[in-house]
Design a protein around this ligand. Sequence first.
Ligand SMILES: Cc1ncc(COP(=O)(O)O)c(C=O)c1O
Length: 424
Amino acid sequence: MQYTAMDKAELQRQKNAVTEQYDAYKAEGLALDLSRGKPSAEQLALSMPMLNLPMEKEDCIAENGFDCRNYGLPDGVPEMRRVFSEITGLPAENILIGGNSSLNLMYNTIVYSLLYGTVDSPRPWIREEKVRFLCPVPGYDRHFGICESLGIEMITVPMNADGPDMDAVEALVAADPSIKGMWNVPKYSNPTGITYSDAVVDRLAKMKTAAPDFRLFWDNAYIVHDLGNTGDSLLDIFATSKKYGTEDRVYYFTSTSKVTFPGAGVAIFAASEKNLAQIRKIINVQTIGHDKLNQLRHVKFLSDKEAVHAQMMRHAEILRRKFSIVLDTLESDLGDLGIAEWTRPVGGYFVSFDALDGCATRIYELCKNAGVTLTSVGATFPYGKDPCDKNLRLAPTFPSDTDLSKAMKVFTTAVKLASIEKLL
Ligand SMILES: Cc1ncc(COP(=O)(O)O)c(C=O)c1O
């Protein structure tokens, strides 16, 4: 029976039972963590063979003959660009290989835009009175952190099941020239796990923007991170924007952080020829080349799209188990109560959970007091403020199965208790 259909006396009875259960969990002195969107040790083990590949002198020579032990080749080794081209479907010549982190590349491209302007900016962004970015919510806290740190004002737009609310996006970018950018995690979005529909990608590519230098920050972090053999498909933003003559609006990022090792993977930035001509110049002032030996190691380990897919299916086997624990517990404990909604992603790293309005902070506190750490309340919104105080991000990947099962039981108990308190 739904909590919302219960009278006060019945709710009070439920509260007594749930409180008893909650106190029992609390007495266990747990220390569990559901907050971290990172691979488990079991997943990291999948990439250990890469570290044992031979790295003799001949292994350090790229296919174009370049000795990768030395300075140079700032665009990256050709074979790594080719693998990324196969994965992304983008032309290899539009791809620059960076260091280990795509987030770092995102931060850098925004700083470049602030300092120098983009190729089509009337002036550097920092000389504008205001620079604003559109942020679909709930979204990725580190995107919001970059904007906050660099003084870029964030405007939220709702994230729907097929991507951002495009009516809202189109109206905003058409009217306001200070809106220079928009964050996008177009496949298995962090945290909702949804993938943009073809219609949404098409509208983003063709929409009219008041700013001549508007950029889509296309963070395709979960491009190959399907939980099953076939995943969601995503329309190619480059090909689509090219069709409309808007290819300069796309800044594209991804990395192997959750394919091999976070912090020791390979990240890319891809853009139009015109954008690359400008950005290459800036990067070439910043560095004489990134870690090419790591690129070669990666290509040896994952030599083509098929090898990457096989690796991701090994990850998926582990991740399916973890997602099942989370989704089955939510369904069995909360499915009938009418107090919550959650996403059921077929890829990515997160489940997005919406409680009754005004309950997220209380759920977080109840979990914390019982020894379960959740991602901070509000983290999925700019400035850390969820206006409805209802969204929580669940990260199933890192804990062991046993810890995850226990943490989810504590979580659903906390959700019940917070909801009853709200309804009473
Ligand atoms: C959407 C999204 N983008 C980027 C990153 C970080 O990527 P990288 O490790 O390449 O910096 C993450 C990590 O969780 C993420 O969820």
